[in-house]
Design a protein around this ligand. Structure first.
Ligand SMILES: [Zn+2]
Ligand SMILES: [Zn+2]
Length: 312
């Protein structure tokens, strides 16, 4: 995962960095930290919000098939980091091909594209997929001269655009990719990757409330039994009431959806930019607590963290 923050990037600020360091130093009081292994053990004993940051970059993930083929979903500001990593592959030599899927085109899902180096390299082929017939126009608009110095088609890679259709999953070898519409202002789509009986769903930017139980049940055909699902869980329950109709879900409803759909592992993402790491990691603990009270739940919950890798 290259980008886990929702709505707008939220880098760790100096005051937050200082607070983390001061908290760690407080916890080290009286400890003997004279060897590397003592330092390591101490570090590993720290609470997650001091050991990690949830991450400041906006949505971008990659899915790698069993054959090593890389699929990218969304190009928020995390896309810059992914692009820099891909420069060490054939994409850095102008001999690469990349499949890039978009859930939707809100800023936090496309703004990394102008900084995604592989699109600038002649010889590369970048294939864009989405259910939006006008995706190309939307990406061109993002880079008109009033907003960015380099037009989208001024970049040297070869580009292709495919509009994918409901009920017509696309196939890359053994990997099948399908999608499903989500409730979100302007629309958004979940993607499901299935290969060798294993499945992964990426469903960010979706709003589910307690009033949506019929809708949630009607979606179980697509979502049922998936091994890993990354789902929008931007808000606390209170905030989801205050921000009704803003297009995002509370962590409690994210857990309820996942249990309803018999998901094995739920990954909470699209973290609220106003929340610091302590609050985001608190939400994670509260989501796990909520799950304990959901009848018959066997759900495992994880928190999306920048740089996190999961294997099915
Ligand atoms: Zn978003
Ligand atoms: Zn959105």
């Amino acid at each position: 995962m290259y980008g886990t923050r929702g709505s707008i990037s939220a880098p760790l600020r100096n005051s937050q960095y200082r607070e983390k360091i001061m908290n760690i130093l407080q916890l080290s009081k009286g400890k003997i930290l004279s060897s590397d292994s003592e330092i390591n053990d101490f570090f590993n004993s720290l609470p997650d919000h001091l050991k990690f940051t949830a991450g400041g970059d906006t949505t971008c993930i990659s899915v790698t098939s069993s054959t090593g083929k890389v699929f990218m979903v969304d190009c928020g500001t995390g896309g810059r980091v992914m692009g820099d990593e891909l420069m060490a592959t054939d994409l850095g030599k102008g001999k690469g091909e990349l499949e890039l899927f978009f859930t939707h085109t809100h800023w936090d899902h496309i703004q990394g594209l102008p900084f995604f180096k592989p699109v600038y390299i002649p010889g590369n082929k970048v294939n864009f997929y989405s259910p939006y017939p006008d995706l190309e126009d939307r990406l061109i608009k993002q880079q008109v001269k009033e907003f960015f110095p380099m037009p989208f088609h001024g970049t040297a890679s070869t580009k292709s655009f495919t509009t994918i259709k409901r009920g017509e999953p696309i196939q890359f070898g053994d990997m099948t990719i399908d999608f499903y519409p989500l409730k979100h202002p302007g629309g958004s789509y979940a993607y499901k990757f299935t290969e060798n009986g294993k499945s992964f769903i990426f469903a960010t930017d979706a709003e589910f409330t307690g009033d949506d139980m019929d809708l949630i049940k009607s979606m179980s055909g697509f979502f049922n039994g998936v091994d890993i699902m990354v789902l929008d869980a931007q808000y606390t329950l209170d905030e989801s009431f205050a921000k009704f109709d803003w297009g995002h879900t509370s962590y409690t409803m994210a857990v309820n959806c996942a249990v309803n759909w018999n998901i094995k592992n739920l990954v909470l993402t699209h973290h609220e930019p106003a929340y610091n790491d302590e609050k985001v990691f608190d939400i994670y603990e509260e989501a796990k607590m909520h799950n304990e009270y959901v009848p018959n739940s066997t759900l495992n919950i994880l928190l999306a963290r920048e740089g996190m890798e999961l294997e099915i």
